[in-house]
Design a protein around this ligand. Structure first.
Ligand code: EPZ
Length: 424
């Protein structure tokens, strides 16, 4: 068994550099399949989801040169298979982007259903709707999605029923090489969607409007290979360190982030009483008192990101007064509140709302990282708590945060990584 043991309390101090965005990288890696040539990617986060993606690409015939921990050259000139097994795809969510990208290149695609954090129901009906509207035939059976086309996909108008990051990305991928113009409405506007569009445009795609409510894709015959593309910094990793700085009453300069992307988080930290200073590509968060409680409602970008609510909840746990989180994206994202209550928090979660009655102190306890962001929240809680916090199920955390222990330790945290022999 692997676990983290966090020794608290501490005040985080210093500088931390943010890695490339996981949720951009997991779309850009499969997007390279649209090019029959090489793509050179920089600022790729060195996390287990990316390593899993590389394994899938290699199983399809991609040749990957690992130039450094954060730099890859992917050569897709000889990709010959459009079949990815359930065993590989079920390890994480973003494997569903193989559908959009492989459908652009092959007539028949078979992809195992995706896995990922258990946050409630995670349907893919909007992805399927988009592929069907573009002219593909889709069958879901035996844990696989079978997609096929008899002629090139055809540009069309697609109005999504819900604002969905994954379906917006997948529709962009499938429409890039389609015949004619595709218009996507009621789309997601997250920074990683803009990054995917920028990446594809840099190889000759014609995608306009990413980051707004309507995206227009004029299909092109082919994409050309890319000399190099640098993935944007991770909004959620940056937010995690900002929340950690605030919760531990520390003083941290978060480097290599895009302050504009951080606005919904910055606004809440200011409400909590933090000093936040923005620079061109960094943000300093300073806090020297107990936070004032506040309310959060999660929303698609530019609203408050659902992927930041567990980390921000530590400020509410220790806040003065009562605060609430209303979760509107995922139906089951409050499992972590039981873990915080084990540490002495006073949280009542029911349905989509959690009410936090602030306490002055929390105390180390054995806790579980139920998912990626909940795991990050457990680390922050451990850093604020008196005594020792043992976090298990840390494979969730390692899926999405590069060198998380090293980064926290460089800010003065004391965290041990323990792997026990008997479970090897
Ligand atoms: C992405 O998931 C992220 N994952 C998630 O981050 C993030 O929580 C989520 O977007 C929301 O921001 C990746 O980018 C790999 P959605 P995704 O499609 O694309 C409903 C993390 O910690 N929906 O935007 O799967 C769905 O049920 C992870 O990094 C449908 O109804 O999310 C949800 O309520 C966790 N039908 C809402 O839309 C569909 O076909 C938003 O989901 C698709 C989604």
């Amino acid at each position: 068994m692997e676990k983290f043991v966090v020794h608290g309390p501490c005040h985080l101090k210093g500088e931390v550099t943010i890695s490339g965005a996981k949720n951009a990288a997991v779309a850009i890696l499969p997007a390279t399949l649209l090019v029959k040539g090489k793509c050179h990617l920089e600022n790729v986060p060195n996390i287990s989801d990316i390593r899993a993606y590389c394994k899938i690409l290699e199983s399809l015939g991609s040749k990957i040169e690992y130039v450094s921990d954060n730099e890859l050259i992917i050569d897709n000139s000889e990709v010959s298979s459009a079949i990815a097994s359930y065993e590989l795809t079920s390890k994480f969510r973003a494997s569903y982007y193989l559908l959009g990208s492989l459908l652009g290149r092959f007539d028949k695609v078979q992809i195992g259903l995706p896995g990922g954090c258990k946050l409630g129901a995670r349907p893919i009906d909007q992805h399927i709707k988009a592929f069907k509207k573009l002219g593909a035939k889709i069958i879901v059976r035996n844990g696989n999605v079978y997609a096929s086309k008899t002629e090139q996909l055809k540009g069309t108008n697609i109005f999504f029923d819900v604002v969905s990051v994954g379906s917006t990305m997948n529709a962009i991928l499938a429409a890039t090489l389609a015949d004619g113009i595709t218009t996507l409405e009621n789309v997601a506007k997250e920074p990683h969607i803009v990054d995917l569009a920028n990446f594809l445009n840099s190889m000759g795609a014609n995608i306009k409007g990413a980051g707004t409510d309507i995206i227009k894709i004029t299909g092109v015959k082919e994409l050309h290979q890319k000399s190099s593309y640098s993935i944007i910094p991770d909004q959620i990793e940056a937010g995690t360190f900002m929340a950690a700085a605030a919760a531990t009453q520390g003083d941290v300069l978060v480097k290599n982030c895009i302050p504009k992307h951080m606005e919904p988080i910055t606004a809440k930290l200011i409400e909590a009483g933090c000093e936040v200073e923005e620079f061109e590509s960094s943000i300093r968060v300073k806090m020297d008192k107990r936070p004032t409680s506040f309310n959060i409602k999660t929303l698609p970008y530019p609203g408050f990101p659902t992927d930041m609510q567990p980390q921000m909840s530590i400020l509410l746990t220790l806040g003065e007064g009562t605060g609430t989180i209303l979760e509107t994206i995922w139906e089951s994202r409050f499992q972590y509140t039981d873990e915080l209550n084990k540490m002495g928090a006073n949280i009542t979660a029911h349905g989509s709302t959690a009410v936090f009655t602030g306490v002055e102190k929390i105390y180390g306890a054995p806790v579980i990282a139920h998912d990626l962001r909940a795991g990050a929240a457990m680390i922050i809680a451990g850093l604020c708590a008196e005594g020792q916090t043992e976090i298990t199920e840390i494979h969730h955390i390692l899926r999405g945060y590069e060198n998380i222990i090293g980064k926290f330790e460089s800010l003065g945290a004391k965290i041990e990584y323990i792997k026990t022999e008997d479970d090897e």
